[in-house]
Design a binder for this molecule. Structure first.
Ligand code: WTA
Length: 705
């Protein structure tokens, strides 16, 4: 029963809207779906008749054994494509080779360094070439004893071998766990232990803005820590954890320390490997990969995705949201690639966006994927636009934080380049402010390209809310409407639908790439995602499990049915479009010897969207005497957080205080801290439960000089 009351206030009042252009206006051959009626018919069928709908739309994909039933759901457990046998790698590579497309370009890679000839290194793989490399590396993994279901940790820079390693795992049914190359050695330790992984694939180093990130050194530090605590005895988390093999790719000529007992050079193993490796026929519900993401408690969660559903959803969203049309030349992009389109997602494969829209979805859709190794401002701020021009990119997918950086750097960097190849623009990772959206449309999209603002999560595997480029009007700041198979609503805490105003985003039915669990932690899976909405009468077994999925975001829906994301409602903050749990940063701070207690909240930040503000209480006598001492301690704490988690978690603001504002029951009042961090002078919030009123005043005084 819809209620009128609004659970979260929404303040954005944006009324601009832009109709979809005719395909010719942006140089597209056609829109795969080109009318609201066609979308609506497909959408309604996807919910009402999933068996029929998915049978039709997945007919292009290869199943070793066809599935019998689309979906089975008993909250919180969903299964998709039951009885089906398939393989992600087969659908990304072998299928195209078998269909006589083996010589088409699958992957275009551009390195960061500019070579002496003034050009970057560019490497192109056809489906056939990529398949051969993947088979070889799959054989390498098998030689190292990796079997179906084993977790392989991948900690690499953005090199083609990263995609090859992932696809090789997929081929043999091993479960990859990719760790973002910007994370520290401690992050490797935590994830390796949690996943019980015995093989790590890494690089000697990764290029980033002209410098080398010492990946192998970080892996060594992690392995040393694991070994040092190996004998820690009963109760130790690290007990029995052992890394058997570290495979490293030489990319940067960075000096490394070689350990004879475990280290193997990628190329040494590859020259000996066989060029053919059979493809494992996996069950739809076999694990495909895990990817760790932050939650509102300290420890990152290993999000589990399975083969069939993930494949179908990433394939479908790639195709329809970006309008990918394989094997077709367009007037704007006749050559040098045989096909018309080239898709570029600027994310790192260390995040879900890179998994789904650099590798799996795009390769499955048979449009070449561009992968770039380095930073957007190396050697200059026009690097991305030089690349769009050089490769004649047709679809470009990036994050609001990057768009805001481009705005700040100035449009002159953009105007130097011919971006007329672009057909569709995409954004993901955080709500986009209308100003950045308008800039993106105007300066990158020539004022004509449709922008797809895709709302989704690590847990959802692929796009959930978005517009389709040939169907929907776009509205700056709104992520649009549900994709096929997605039943989204705005609810109050009880799960009642709210018809006007803001509330909690809820997904009322499972979709194919819904997370299947949290690795090794059933309770956390249930409590994080499946206990929020206490829908009356829907709980038949009295175990408190909600039938709706809770993503942790607030949102509202306008009268046209468009969703507007209001941001996280839990203790997760979205920094530069990357999720960080405030608890994680707090734990890192408290692990520094000077810090007793820490509270971390988000604060508005011009480029990052949300920055990190930290409030720390210190050990007695540790409070620095003067401003210089405070600066030194701030620098030490910042370095400590970077070491514990990675540079992305560095606080933007650190304040010292002798007490944190708490309720009588001892809970830190984060909403007050958020106001303090945002510089709100007069705290207007209700402070009646605040234990010690003087704390607030002193917090204001502690502001950084
Ligand atoms: C946020 C990234 C507004 C949201 C794919 C979500 C967004 C979290 C959007 C997931 C968007 C992602 N508009 N907010 N288009 N896309 N978010 O797991 O808060 O790194 O819950 O997945 O990012 O972040 P994650």
């Amino acid at each position: 029963m819809p209620t009128e009351q609004s659970a979260i206030e929404s303040v954005l009042n944006e009324t601009r809207r832009f109709p979809p252009p005719a395909p010719g206006e942006v140089g597209a051959a056609r829109w795969l779906i080109d009318s609201a009626d066609a979308y609506r018919a497909m959408y309604e069928r996807s919910l009402a008749d999933p068996d029929g709908f998915f049978e039709e739309v997945t007919a292009d994909l290869h199943w070793f054994r066809p599935w019998e039933r689309a979906v089975e759901f008993k909250a919180p457990d969903a299964k998709w494509f039951l009885g089906g046998k398939t393989n992600l790698c087969y659908n990304c590579l072998d299928r195209h080779v078998e269909n006589d497309r083996g010589n088409e370009v699958a992957l275009v890679w551009e390195g960061e360094p500019i070579q002496p000839n003034g050009q970057p290194e560019i490497v192109t793989y056809t489906y056939r070439e990529l398949l051969r490399e993947v088979c070889k590396f799959a054989n390498v993994l098998k030689k190292l004893g990796v079997r179906k279901g084993d977790v392989v940790t991948i900690y690499m820079g953005m090199v083609p071998e990263l995609a090859i390693a992932c696809l090789a795992c997929a081929r043999i049914g091993a479960v990859h766990s990719v760790i973002f190359g910007g994370f520290s050695s401690q992050a490797i330790v935590d994830r390796v232990v949690d996943a019980d992984s015995r093989v790590i694939v890494t690089c000697d180093g990764a290029w980033r803005r002209g410098h080398v990130v010492p990946l192998k050194e970080n892996v060594d530090a992690a392995v040393n820590e694991l070994q040092a605590s190996g004998g820690a005895g009963a109760g130790s988390l690290l007990r029995d954890q052992q890394i058997d093999y570290v495979v490293y790719l030489k990319r940067t000529r960075n000096q490394i320390v070689w350990h004879a007992d475990r280290d193997y050079a990628w190329r040494d193993l590859m020259v000996m490997a066989d060029e053919w490796c059979p493809c494992e026929e996996l069950d739809s519900e076999d694990d495909a990969f895990i990817l760790y993401t932050s939650g509102s408690t300290g420890k990152p969660k290993g999000i589990r995705h399975t083969v069939g559903g993930y494949m179908v959803h990433t394939y479908l969203t790639s195709k329809y949201v970006f309008n990918l049309i394989p094997g077709l030349a367009t007037p704007k992009r006749p050559d040098p690639l045989p096909d018309g389109q080239l898709f570029w997602c600027t994310a790192d494969v260390g995040w879900i966006t890179g998994h789904s829209y650099i590798i799996y979805g795009i390769l499955a859709a048979r449009v070449p994927s561009l992968m770039y190794e380095g930073a957007p401002n190396f050697p200059a701020e026009d690097r991305f636009w030089a690349m769009v021009e050089r490769h004649k990119v047709t679809q470009f997918y990036t994050a609001p934080t990057a768009i805001r950086a481009f705005m700040k750097w100035g449009q002159e960097h953009v105007e130097k380049h011919d971006l007329s190849s672009l057909q569709v623009l995409g954004t993901v990772g955080e709500p986009i402010n209308p100003e950045a959206w308008m800039w993106y449309r105007e300066f990158i999209g020539r004022g004509v390209c449709p922008i797809v603002d895709t709302w989704w999560q690590t847990e959802t595997g692929g796009h959930m809310l978005t517009t389709l480029p040939g169907v929907h009007d776009t509205k700056p700041g709104s992520c649009g409407v549900p994709f096929f198979g997605v039943d989204a609503a705005i609810c109050d805490e009880q799960g009642n639908e709210i018809s006007g105003g803001g509330g909690l985003l809820a997904i009322r039915k499972p979709w194919p790439s819904i997370l299947r669990g949290v690795w090794g932690d059933r309770d956390r899976f249930v409590s994080t995602y499946w206990t929020k909405f206490n829908v009356d009468g829907a709980l038949d077994n009295g175990d408190g499990v909600s039938p709706y999925y809770f993503p942790g975001d607030g949102a509202h829906r306008d009268p046209d049915g468009y969703f507007w994301i209001l941001g996280r409602v839990d203790d997760v903050i979205n920094v530069s479009g990357h999720r960080l749990g405030t608890m994680e940063v707090e734990s890192a701070l408290v692990s520094h010897p000077s810090v007793v207690e820490a509270a971390v909240v988000g604060m508005p930040h011009e480029i990052k969207g949300t920055g990190i503000a930290a409030f720390c209480t210190l050990e007695p006598n540790e409070m620095p005497k003067d401003a210089a001492g405070m600066d030194r301690l701030r620098a030490a704490l910042t370095a400590h957080v970077a070491e514990q988690i990675g540079a992305i978690a560095k606080p933007d603001q650190i304040r010292f205080t002798d007490a944190l504002p708490k309720t009588r029951s001892g809970k830190i009042m984060r909403r007050l801290l958020r106001d303090v961090a945002a510089g709100v002078q007069q705290i207007k919030q209700d402070t009646t439960t605040l234990e010690d009123f003087t704390v607030l005043a002193r917090l204001h005084e502690s502001k950084e000089s």
